[in-house]
Design a protein around this ligand. Sequence first.
Ligand SMILES: *Cc1c(COP(=O)(O)O)cnc(C)c1O
Length: 393
Amino acid sequence: MSYHVNENGYYGEFGGAYIPEMLYPNVEELRQQYLAVMQEDSFQKEFKQLLKEYVGRPTPLYYAKRFSEKYNTNIYLKREDLCHTGAHKVNNTIGQILMAKHLGKNRIIAETGAGQHGVATATVCALMGIECVVYMGSVDIERQAPNVARMKMLGATVIPATSGSKTLKDATNEAIRDWINNPTDTHYIIGSVVGPHPYPDMVARFQSVISEEIKTQLLEKEGKENPDYVVACVGGGSNAAGAYYHYLDNPDVGIIAVEAAGKGIKSGESAATSVLGKPGIIHGSKTLLMQTTDGQITEPYSISAGLDYPGVGPMHAHLYTSGRGEFISITDTEAMEAGLELSKLEGIIPAIETSHALAIFKNRQFKKDDVIVINLSGRGDKDLNTYIDYFNL
Ligand SMILES: *Cc1c(COP(=O)(O)O)cnc(C)c1O
């Protein structure tokens, strides 16, 4: 049994490509080409070189000594926070901009909620000198002013989505509409392991550099490639997919996925998609999503903007229902405390998304000789105001 995508684009019962007919040519072109393009020598050479010299890879695998002592186990941090732009997202946007170039596209569109994916996309478009249009809900444009400014500095055009709740899902609708109208020259860069096949698999492959590096680095430090557990926070699921990728089919490695419980699973203000979700279709893929009894998507909530997505990627939906992954939900309060704790114990201020993954040790026991790798998905600079308000700093 494999936890990777099958040839029809499914992870168990999840995945597929549920798209309007008018989008079919775009998605089908990508589906037919993506594996062949990724295997080309020229693609691999440029991808690896940019990851090394532009992104700053390999990122360190750091043994967190004081954090490990505190919880009486062995904790390594995979330092994606040290990537250019401050998080793992750029691994994927570098891969997709190269994909776009190889497919002969000269215009990029993207959607963004908190703005992090918009910034990572605008960054690689500037790098390549390619036109960049980012759709963003008008409510999010107001909430995330610094990221809007970054995108503009990087030369992107930010277009407000003013329909519906004026947030991420509305921006996604606008981006899809744009793509339908520009099928030949435009590539749509999706920011996580979501969307119609082949996006979840393509994004997971671009992010899989994370677990590829973990294997080599752990071998050096521990004399074995496999940790006992690999832990990551899950919004759409891309940093987690990258950290799990080379361990998915290895039952010796435990997979722990951490979702945002917001104000509590039962509070009605949460983003714990796997626990609360039911099978449904969102952004062209069958997965678990939070919905009302008549199938309308529920607005998610989390203190961390990067985790409040109402769905989860199909790989993760399958990891959840099959039992391969252990899913833990962490509240705002638990995450904030864990973020402060890591700052004080290790001198590393994590993104609040990542703080969710760091918070599991309060309630989940590990053995003294367990080796645990946590994917430190991003740095906390972008969240400083939230930390300041929360702790009255
Ligand atoms: C965007 C983001 C996430 C959530 O996205 P995934 O696709 O689930 O990885 C997590 N951490 C950070 C730092 C982010 O910027």
